[in-house]
Design a protein around this ligand. Structure first.
Ligand code: GDP
Ligand code: MG
Length: 163
């Protein structure tokens, strides 16, 4: 698929919420329960007269933490195989986790453009909290709130420069 933007990240960071906002649908299931998006979900996004595809890489329903980690790894590897740009979503309110580090390790090896997205930045004070994500070695975190839509316009501008 040409011009494909993949949304990756550990469960519950807001990947599906971001997908729904970018595609203006409610296609992806948003849930408080980690790991509820079963399959990859494709949609279209239009911004500034350009159209591209978006995939919510979801996650798999799994039981133990061990398999969970494998599932996230698999999700990220599949995404990097098919995507042109990767949106790596992290959660400002939870902060940096080991799982974020795991995903970052895979993404630092890819040649694809990776945009680090600090989601759940619902207010201006939380912008300062996002600074800890510089430690992932993937550049500047783009602060957005998928819930309110704040910052998503700037994010889309940036995506277009990478496609
Ligand atoms: P996913 O597992 O990464 O797909 O995450 P979901 O999109 O299912 O969202 C997980 C939870 O985070 C849900 O309760 C969402 O409502 C919530 N959420 C998503 N984006 C935001 C945001 O920008 N701010 C806040 N406060 N909550 C969010
Ligand atoms: Mg999801």
């Amino acid at each position: 698929m040409a011009n494909l933007v993949a949304i990756v990240g550990r469960p519950n960071v807001g990947k599906s919420t971001l997908f729904n906002r970018l595609t203006k649908t409610r296609q992806a299931i948003v849930s408080d329960t980690a790991g509820t998006t079963r399959d990859r979900q494709y949609g279209k996004c239009e911004w500034n007269g350009r159209e591209f595809s978006v995939v919510d890489t979801g996650g798999w329903v799994v039981k133990s933490d061990d398999i969970f980690e494998d599932a996230i790894r698999k999700q990220v590897i599949v995404a990097t195989e098919e995507a042109d740009v990767v949106l790596f979503v992290v959660d400002v309110q939870t902060g940096l986790t080991d799982w974020d580090q795991d995903v970052a390790t895979i993404l630092r090896r890819t040649k694809l453009p990776v945009i680090l997205v600090a989601n759940k930045t619902d207010n201006n004070d939380q912008i300062y909290d996002a600074a800890e994500f510089y430690a992932l070695g993937l550049g500047e975190p783009q602060c957005i709130s998928s819930a309110t839509g704040s910052g998503t316009g700037d994010l889309l501008d940036l995506v277009l420069t990478k496609l």
